[in-house]
Design a protein around this ligand. Sequence first.
Ligand code: IMO
Ligand code: MG
Length: 429
Amino acid sequence: MTNIVVIGAQWGDEGKGKIVDLMSEKADVVVRFQGGNNAGHTLVVDGVTYKLQLLPSGIVRGKTSVIGNGVVVNPWGLREEMKRISDLGTKISPDVLKISDQATLILPLHQELDHMSEEAAGKGKIGTTGKGIGPAYQDKVARRAIRVGDLAEPETLRMKVDNLLLFHNGLRKGWGQPLIDADDLMKQLTEIADFILPYAVPGWKILADKIDEGKAILFEGAQATMLDNDFGTYPFVTSSNTIAGQAAVGSGVGMKYIDKVVGVVKAYTTRVGAGPFPTELFDSDGDHIREKGREYGTVTGRPRRCGWFDAVLVRQAIRVNGIHSLAVMKLDILDEFDEIKVCVGYDLDGKKLDYFPMQFNASANVKPIYETLPGWKSSTFGVRDYAKLPENAKKYLKRLEELLGVKIGMISTSPEREDTIIIENPYEN
Ligand code: IMO
Ligand code: MG
């Protein structure tokens, strides 16, 4: 069976949830392999809106949904999310939802530290989602994290809690914050253990067994390439690797089983939080995209920064991920423009660049070189057939394919699952 990775190729919020939901019809298992409840994946099925943060998007179709070892799990957040999604009629049980026992826990102290560091950074803040993602990954890499499976061994847990607090209470003392009592934290963890342990499994083994049975696995990326901890606009990034290569690491599935990578992009660009953004618009065009595209964060409600499509950036994403085909989302948001711009290169102090430089000043100072295309000035909302797209919309998409060197396999024209033009089904080509 074909195992496919879906990732974001811009700065997040591209519509990965919709594509994963759509593709999961043909998959048996959907796996999250990085990130945590900083993600906000929205699906609309028959008029019902599902806002998922940690649950894999396959849960809505009742597909086996795995939260992989590479994910950071806030068990209290997950409990709330499961309640919210169950209330919409989706059944969630240990038969469907599997959480890797090797996944790292996000604790309340991580969320507090996230807020404290952002406050202390003042103008230099990252603009995180405030979910404790960075601090949880820091503890993982520093080998002091508490993992899901640790909750099953109370004595080990106590040792781990003491070790963790040795570090965190030292830090909190320095920051003038109240210290955390080990007994209190143990109590909280023991209570949440009863909720989460029934879902805890060796994630890698579940997936290996599914592969042996010939099942199809769909890997659901969160965040996006330009938020990748190595390849994004560091330090204005998230704290995990978000690119396709992480699908293997964050799930325990060997690389030889991964067949394809689908990249998801919007027909324009958005970014939430701080950091460089060459094609950002500060005028009424940007406002138009924000209002028509309802570009406000799912997780934090913050207005998103909006701009034209950046082909340099997406080409870079195509290369570091090894993207086979693209899904272009929210085409209809561009319906009313007379002219549409696409960034085809950068100018840095008179020098042309065909990639996004890593240096702080250079990345902030590159000027986009634009190509201008005529708009189509008619509605593409809800169009499900490529032939029915206006000529100029087809020309826009064709030009993107030329600039990017990759085929556009899917085009989305509304948040609804069915409002999608499928040119090339990744399971069939
Ligand atoms: P989905 O999966 C857009 C951004 C935050 C901030 C930076 C670091 O819905 O595409 P973090 O809380 O991760 O430490 O914040 O990353 N960010 C996202 N932006 N979509 C997301 O997820 C994001 N997850 C994190 O705004 O700039
Ligand atoms: Mg989001």
